[in-house]
Structures are given as C-alpha cells and as structure tokens.
Design a protein around this ligand. Structure first.
Ligand SMILES: NC(=O)C1=CN([C@@H]2O[C@H](COP(=O)(O)OP(=O)(O)OC[C@H]3O[C@@H](n4cnc5c(N)ncnc54)[C@H](O)[C@@H]3O)[C@@H](O)[C@H]2O)[C@@H](O)CC1
Ligand SMILES: Nc1ncnc2c1ncn2[C@@H]1O[C@H](COP(=O)(O)OP(=O)(O)O)[C@@H](O)[C@H]1O
Ligand SMILES: [K+]
Length: 508
C-alpha cells in the first residue's frame, strides 16, 4: 500500500517534520534538491544548456538549490526567476544568496527568443499553487514552453497542476519526469495532472514515518506486493468455502454482461456462481458458461410482481453470500420491481452496477434501501444520472464527487474513469494506479463487478474488496497490454489474465 497526499496534507507532513521532529527545513530541501540533481544528470551533458525556472516559494527554492548543485558539478545552468524576489520565502532568499555566492547565473524574468534549452527544471509552483495563474507568471510559462525544451523535470509537481485534483490552473508545464518528495500527490495521480507528470519518481527526502501517521491521510493506492492481500485458498475446503455469488443480470437479447461478470467471479475464485436472469437467456448462458447455475424468470412475472416471482427472488437472495445487481438488465418497466426486491431482501454485500444504477437514478427513493453493504460501480455517465451533475464537472472533481455520494449514504462508491477512484465506506479513498486505455472497451465494467464479487465471496471485507478489485482489474489490463498492445483487448480476456495474477501470487 502506498499513501497519497493532498497539498495541504503534504504541508502538514513538512511542518510536523520541521517543527515537531526538528529536522530543519533546509535539510529537507537539500535532499529534495539532490534528488532533482541526480535525475537531471541522467538527461544532459555538461555542455548542454539547462534552465531552472523558479517561483518565489519553496518549490523555487528547491530549484535554486538543484541549480547550484549542477553548477558546482560543472553544468551550464541558468536560473530564471519568476515573480518578485522580495516576496520570496525565507528558504528562497537563503538559496538565492548561496547560489549568487557560488556563482550560479541568475536572471530575473525571461525575455530571450529562439534559444535552445536541453533540460528545463520546472520549479515555478509546487503544492503551494492555490489559485488560477495569470499575468506575468502565465506569460513566462508560455514563453518558456514556447522554446520547446528537449526534456523537462518537474520539481514535486508540474507547475500549474493542482495538487489535490490534477486540474490545470490556467496553464501548466508538461514534464517528462516528475521528482516528487516524500509521498505522491493526488494531483499527479489524476488526469490531466497524471499526463503532465508522466513518470513520477517518489524521492525519499527523510520524512520520518511518524509524520505521515500524524497527518492520518486516508488516500492510498496499491503496488505489486499488494496481491498478497488476495485471500489464501486453504487445501481443506470445498466449493461452499469460497462463497456463493448471485448475479441478477441480463435481459432479452442481452446476455453478455451476465456472462462476463459470472466468468470473472469464477476466475477470481468464487466457489459457486448463479445467474438469475430472464428465461430467454437460459440456453445461451448455459452453453457459454456451463459452470454457472441458471435460475430464470419471466419478465411478465417480474412486471406483475407475482407471488411466485417474489418467492423465487427471496430464495436466491437468502442463498447468496454476495449479489451483483444490474449488468445488462436493461431499462424495461419490470426492472424497477426486480431492483427494488433485491435491495429490499439482500442482507449480504450487493454490488450495484449499470442498469441497477440507472434504475436507482430514475427512482431516487430506492436509495432508501442503501446500507453499508452496498458497493456501487458507476461510470461517469451513471454518476451524472445518480447525482444530477454534469459529466464534465464530475470529471474535474472525481474524488470529491465519489466521496460526497458515499458519505451521504454510508456506502462504497467506485467511480470508474481512466483513473478510477473508490470512496470506501470506512472513510479511506483508494485512487487506482493500474489500468490503461486498452480497457476502454464494452464489457470491461462487467468484468470488474465479477472480480469484486469473487473477492467478496472469498471473504474480503467490502472496502478492502473494492480497492483490491479495482486494482486487480487494472493490473489484468496492464498485463494484457504488455503482451498484445493497446488496441485489441476483449473484455473477457481481462478475466483470463486474472488467472495469471493469481497463479503468480501463489508462487510468491
Ligand atoms: N521545508 C519545506 O517546507 C519543504 C518544501 N518543499 C518544497 O516546497 C514546495 C511548497 O512550497 P510553498 O508552500 O512555498 O509553495 P510553492 O513554492 O508551491 O508556491 C507558493 C507561492 O506561490 C504563490 N502562488 C500560489 N498560486 C499562485 C498563482 N496562481 N500565481 C502566482 N503566485 C501564486 C503563493 O502565494 C506562494 O508565494 C513543495 O512543493 C516542495 O517543492 C521541499 O523542499 C521539501 C521541504
Ligand atoms: N482509458 C482507460 N484507462 C484505464 N481504465 C479504463 C480506461 N477506460 C475505461 N477503463 C476501465 O474500464 C472499465 C469500463 O467500465 P464501464 O464503462 O462500466 O464499461 P461496460 O459497461 O461496457 O462494462 C472501468 O473499470 C474503467 O475504469
Ligand atoms: K514544479
């Protein structure tokens, strides 16, 4: 698990380390600058022109210190100061004084045209950026990016990217590498900041673990070693030991979603998967996935809410240890009865997706059935329908939107996008770091519901299953991309990659 921070949390980590632990600010800064210097020398020769663009805060101070290190090592470096010197932080003034005494070339402002820059070190703004960039700062950013530096290293975060949301605050400087300090910021995890940051290197500059414990960040992501969180599969077991997944999915002419979700649940390790679907899907699903148990109903019975239908549904809900509600259900009138009956009769974790969510959006009173057992998995369009907000607005505030909805109802909300975020009902927020655009394919979301169901069936707690499931799903996409590239993924292959991830996990 890797902790993530907002700009504000990072400032508190700094503050705690400096004030409570007693590591001087300039000591942290020296290590930060050294990390930037070490990266810089990988990308230029001593004769190449290096520019260091510095704001007047501590991000700029990091930049000036890195410039001094390059200068002392014989590199051809120029510090370009933006903003007013006299408004500089005390560390900035100290670094500037050291730089001047060691003979670093420093200019105020930027007025040259058509000159070449082999390496730009961008230290204009760090986590202190708190408003739209205008005036002189905007001009200097435009002029410098206009010179098309061959390679750019961002100090802490690309200047112009908001450290909490990843949004561009008027303008931003795209980096090839971002050297960030201590902990990764949400702004480099979320688009467009993720794209502007490219490769992110998290440099250890000496923050003690107490500092992150002190600020209690609730943001996190996973890395490779976290597959260890997948539940073990004891030898002394039977199919009943690994949970019973009920998929309430599929409608006439729509069996694919149910198939993909069921396949992924089995592949992830569920012991028994049952699909509760319309009679028309029985044959095809039985043929496609004979391992799944099919229980079918007539949509006319669901429409009329007959006693037999209700009884049958209640029995399925009682049987299940996890329920998936929604893939491929369609939006016919009877679906509302179906969704309401499941929500009313389920006492186990329920993953609500796709048409399950569309139904709730059309009948908001159904949110009355939400409990802490509910995990919803909306994409942006479904989230827009649920909240009444515009997709563009949600995109800009992914974490906030997911968090507010989850908190309002005490549920877990997995908001799916190129970077998926999961606002867990234990207050933690997971930000995904796996996955790629090959997964932008119909059916990929159905596979996610199956993976989540499989993990829940094997006994993971809701919030843990939500975070791990999202990560495994993306990892499956990454593994597939490595073998077959960006274009050709079929959703079902994500379920197949899960085999390999689980197999590797067993070996470790
Ligand atoms: N000792 C420390 O506190 C450490 C700080 N570090 C660096 O310090 C950075 C944070 O430093 P600061 O808090 O000084 O903040 P920044 O250096 O990121 O920028 C803050 C300055 O920019 C101004 N500003 C914000 N938005 C603006 C806008 N749109 N237009 C014009 N001016 C704007 C602020 O008023 C302030 O003067 C980190 O990103 C990191 O690079 C690191 O050296 C690690 C140690
Ligand atoms: N560009 C991308 N990068 C990473 N993951 C993506 C990208 N596009 C889509 N995905 C993932 O693929 C899945 C698509 O789900 P969804 O939109 O519900 O599709 P469907 O309903 O067709 O199954 C989500 O988990 C999403 O996070
Ligand atoms: K920066």
């Amino acid at each position: 698990m890797r902790y993530l921070v907002t700009g504000e949390l990072m400032k508190r980590v700094d503050q705690y380390t400096i004030e409570q632990i007693g590591i001087p600010s300039l000591v942290l800064m020296e290590r930060a600058a050294l990390a930037v210097f070490k990266e810089a020398v990988n990308h230029v020769k001593q004769t190449d022109p290096v520019w260091v663009l510095c704001g007047s805060g501590n991000n700029g101070a990091d930049g000036i210190a890195a410039a001094r290190m390059l200068h002392i090592s014989g590199y051809k470096v120029l510090v370009i100061l933006a903003g007013k010197k006299e408004k500089g932080s005390s560390e900035y003034l100290t670094q500037l004084s050291i730089a001047e005494k060691t003979g670093v070339d420093v200019v105020e402002g930027f007025s040259f045209k058509a000159v070449e820059c082999s390496l730009l070190i961008d230290a204009l703004f760090g986590v202190g950026l708190d408003r739209e960039i205008l005036g002189g700062h905007l001009e200097i950013m435009k002029s410098i990016t206009g010179c098309r530096p061959e390679f750019t290293i961002a100090v802490d975060i690309p200047s112009g990217i908001h450290s909490d949301t990843g949004q561009i605050m008027g303008a931003a400087i795209p980096a090839d590498v971002t050297v960030t300090f201590g902990y990764e910021k949400l702004g480099t995890m979320l688009y467009p900041g993720k794209e502007y940051s490219k490769q992110v290197i998290v440099a250890d500059i000496g923050f003690p673990p107490e500092s992150i414990n002190y600020v209690k960040t609730e943001y996190f992501t996973f890395h490779k070693a976290d597959t260890a969180l997948i539940p073990k599969r004891p030898a002394y077991s039977n199919k009943g030991s690994f949970g019973k997944v009920l998929l309430v999915a599929g409608s006439k002419n729509m069996s694919g979603a149910a198939f993909l979700s069921a396949l992924a649940a089995y592949r992830t390790g569920a012991g028994l998967v049952k699909i509760f679907t319309v009679e028309e899907n029985r044959e095809i699903l039985q043929t496609e996935l004979p391992e799944a148990v099919i229980v079918s109903y007539h949509s006319s019975d669901a429409e009329k809410k007959t006693e037999n239908f209700e009884q049958l549904l209640i029995e399925q809900c009682e049987w299940a240890s996890v329920i998936v509600l929604g893939p491929g259900l369609g939006q016919a009138d009877y679906v509302k009865n179906l969704v309401e009956s499941v929500l009313a009769n389920a006492y186990v974790p329920v993953i609500v997706d796709a048409d399950g969510l569309n139904t709730i959006a059309s009948y908001p009173e159904l949110t009355g059935y939400y409990t802490d057992n509910i995990i919803i998995t909306p994409h942006l369009g479904e989230m827009a329908r649920l909240t009444g907000s515009a997709v563009e607005l949600i995109k800009k505030h992914l974490i906030q939107t997911a968090r507010e909805y989850a908190d309002r109802f005490g549920i877990t909300c997995i908001l799916k996008d190129a970077v998926t975020v999961a606002a867990l009902n234990d207050q933690r927020t997971y930000v995904n770091s796996s996955g790629n655009s090959s997964m932008a394919k119909a059916g990929a979301g159905d596979v996610l519901t199956g993976i989540l169901a499989g993990l829940l069936a094997m006994g993971l707690e809701g919030p843990d299953a939500a975070a791990l499931g999202v990560w495994l799903h993306g990892l499956a996409g990454d593994m597939r991309k490595k073998k077959y590239g960006d274009y050709s993924l079929l959703a079902r292959e994500l379920a197949d990659e899960i085999d390999i991830i689980l197999k590797e996990q067993m070996r470790e």
